[in-house]
Design a binder for this molecule. Structure first.
Ligand code: TMP
Ligand code: ASP
Length: 240
């Protein structure tokens, strides 16, 4: 399908229209941003890795019965996806304490939860993606109660699948962010991306951080760990 006009430039990818209004094309960039765009960087190959990692994960999730927007990889950094109306909620699932959870509650990093947690941020750059609860999201008309219940159920099912996918790669899934959208039929599907940008991934033996925290907190080996995740994915699942 042909790439037409640019619809949207995000922090890590561009979205293009196609000849078919039901589909669009993602083009992943090498750019990295953190703290709502205040910190910027990049490395050669980041776009390619996030494209390939996200696509492989979407395919593995589809095999587990999870509906995603993914259609087809078009090139090293481009993919065809179903056009969806993004529900402006970042859905965050946590299995182990880290990041803003520790900061907000003064908790130690690395506490393994008996049950995963869920929280939402309102996707709004001007407001800095504030934390929001489901009642506020309904009050603001961001989603209805049915949508939210479906999203939460789906997010926990995705967590179960993702934990299995990553543990085969000797990686603990600490936490991650999901975005959902509605397709032309009104069905809620998993959208955006799942990559080392949107997950916290720790080596299962050493707890070495294999994700964007290395960039956020200047820990070094930023590009190395992305290549490491991609290589482990290929070793476990082949070039899927
Ligand atoms: P947090 O601990 O900073 O709230 O992040 C939780 C998870 O969500 C972590 O895996 C990183 C991911 N995340 C994003 O994908 N995008 C974002 O804008 C933020 C703040 C977090
Ligand atoms: N994605 C966000 C940003 O670019 C925040 C983050 O991932 O830390 O600013």
């Amino acid at each position: 399908m042909k790439k037409l006009n640019l619809l949207y430039t995000g922090k890590a990818k561009k979205v293009y229209a196609t000849e078919d209004p039901n589909y669009c094309i993602f083009e992943y960039k090498d750019d990295a941003t953190a703290f709502n765009g205040q910190k910027v960087g990049f490395f050669d190959g980041k776009g390619m890795i996030n494209n390939k990692v996200a696509n492989a994960i979407f395919k593995l999730l589809e095999n587990d019965g999870i509906k995603t927007h993914f259609v087809e990889e078009l090139s090293e950094r481009e993919s065809l996806v179903k056009k969806v109306d993004i529900i402006p909620l970042e859905v965050i699932i946590r299995n182990i304490s880290a990041g803003s959870f520790c900061k907000r509650y003064g908790a130690k990093e690395g506490i393994v939860f008996d049950k995963p947690t869920v929280e939402f941020s309102y996707k709004n750059d001007e407001l800095g993606d504030p934390l929001i609860n489901s009642y506020h999201a309904v009050a603001l008309g961001i989603a209805d109660r049915n949508d939210i219940d479906q999203i939460v159920k789906s997010a926990f099912a995705i967590n179960d699948s993702l934990k299995k996918i990553f543990i085969k790669m000797d990686i603990k899934l600490v936490d991650f962010k999901l975005e959902f959208g509605k397709d032309s039929g009104g069905n809620i599907v998993l959208a955006d991306e799942i990559s080392p940008d949107t997950c916290r991934l720790w080596d299962a033996e050493t707890n070495k951080k294999l994700d964007k925290d290395r960039f956020r907190f200047d820990m070094g080996e930023f590009s190395d760990v992305y290549f490491e995740v991609w290589n482990r994915l290929k070793e476990c699942y082949g070039e899927i």
